[in-house]
Design a protein around this ligand. Structure first.
Ligand SMILES: Cc1cc2nc3c(=O)[nH]c(=O)nc-3n(C[C@H](O)[C@H](O)[C@H](O)COP(=O)(O)OP(=O)(O)OC[C@H]3O[C@@H](n4cnc5c(N)ncnc54)[C@H](O)[C@@H]3O)c2cc1C
Length: 370
């Protein structure tokens, strides 16, 4: 594909995914409990082969899946993305034993993964993390400390945990471990967020880990974290584009039918021009996302800049589009259960996680001045 147009078979696949999301996944999402892991939904993603594609295809495929699922079922989109985020380190850095134990279960949707990097004292500045991995005998460590805002915690089946093996060494003293949820000393609690999302805290009370649990080499875990986030960054933008497109299409449908002052809303030039502007911005964000994903898949050197630009523009644009869509729908958009009420809550968090907007600007500027 070029950076500017999808192939016909890619467009057909997106159409198929939107239909699956609306007809098969949305009913499962609606039967889920807000803020809890929806296992039937994750198993359906496995049965449809979508979780398997997380690990055997590239960044563009990931973006097309996230955009298309987000268009019709944000819960399915998020469940898919979180399986990828939590299990990608196992796919990319796990031992043969770890991969054989967990990846078939993750892709079938029977095991739920989570990515545990953030802490109460280390969010944007992830290299400042302090969860301590203290030596325990010749081949092991004990993990002690807290993680916070970990999606799928505390109900996930295993966690990719980033811990400090070397004090005062910043990013160079962090190690990644695969920690099964039933490990002694590991507990957690749920957090309630603006959007219904399974998320919580984790407490580590001298949790034992050994070399068998390592993901990659000791003190090289920050690379594991950043490699995963680099792959996922353009796809957060794709999630945002899917939401923006859903808000835009709802607005087109509404303003085409709604009568006011003796005519249709769409015939008011200020309405039509605003919709034109929203559509243009959404398309610009989509193209930046596809270009970043295609650059990642070609292994190009400017991926950090492109991925940061894509995430920045798409998440900020989606916020503007959803807000304008609410305005153009009037009161009904704010009624509990309306698509736009749902999107208005969903669209906020991606501007903060996986590198807040300001952090993306810092990355872009650093690349420009390099
Ligand atoms: C819904 C949701 C799901 C999440 N899921 C996960 C997960 O699965 N795993 C995980 O590890 N974490 C997860 N997080 C946590 C997320 O990664 C952090 O919230 C994020 O890294 C920001 O950290 P913080 O919230 O501590 O904000 P802080 O680091 O305290 O930053 C606060 C604000 O300060 C500003 N700021 C920060 N740094 C800079 C800078 N360099 N320049 C200019 N301004 C700056 C930004 O406006 C930023 O939003 C999730 C968060 C949310 C909201």
């Amino acid at each position: 594909m070029s950076a500017f147009a999808l192939e016909p078979k890619e467009r057909a696949w997106c159409e198929e995914l939107r239909t699956l999301a609306a007809d098969t996944l949305r009913p499962l999402a609606e039967r889920g409990e807000p803020g809890r892991i929806n296992r039937p939904l994750i198993e359906a993603l496995g049965e449809l082969g979508l979780l398997g594609r997380l690990f055997d295809s590239g960044s563009l495929d990931l973006c097309l899946m996230r955009e298309s699922l987000a268009y019709a079922c944000t819960e399915a989109e998020t469940a898919l993305a979180l399986q990828g985020l939590g299990a990608h380190p196992v796919h990319a850095h796990g031992s043969p034993g770890q991969r054989a134990r967990w990846l078939p279960e993750v892709t079938a949707g029977r095991a739920v993964a989570a990515f545990a990097l953030s802490e109460p004292g280390a969010g944007s500045d992830a290299a400042a993390l302090s969860l301590a991995a203290e030596p325990d005998g010749a081949a092991g460590w004990r993990l002690t400390g807290e993680k916070s805002w970990i999606s799928n915690a505390p109900q996930a089946d295993f966690y990719t945990v980033f811990a400090r093996t070397t004090p005062d060494a910043g990013a160079r003293g962090v190690t990644a471990f695969l920690v099964p949820a039933d490990r002694a000393g590991l507990t957690g609690g749920a957090l309630e967020m603006l959007s219904p999302h399974p998320i919580g805290t984790l407490s580590f009370d001298a949790v034992p880990v050994t070399r068998v649990d390592l993901l990659g080499e000791p003190d090289r875990g920050f690379r594991v974290a950043m490699g995963t986030l680099n792959l996922f960054r353009p796809s957060v933008g794709a999630f945002a584009v899917g939401m923006a497109q859903a808000a835009l299409d709802a607005t087109l449908a509404y303003t085409r039918e709604r009568r006011a002052f003796g005519g249709l809303l769409k015939d008011l030039q200020s309405v039509a021009h605003q919709v034109a502007e929203l559509a243009t911005r959404t398309e610009a964000a989509r193209l930046l996302v596809y270009a970043a994903a295609a650059a990642y898949d070609r292994g190009e050197s400017d991926v950090p800049r492109r991925a940061a630009m894509a995430k920045l523009l798409a998440t900020e644009t989606a916020q503007q589009v959803v807000d304008a869509a609410v305005q153009l729908h009037g009161a009904r958009a704010l009624q509990r259960g309306h698509l736009l009420e749902h999107l208005y809550r969903e669209v906020r968090a991606p501007r903060i996680y996986e590198g807040a907007t300001e952090v993306q600007r810092t990355i872009i500027a650093k690349e420009l001045y390099a």
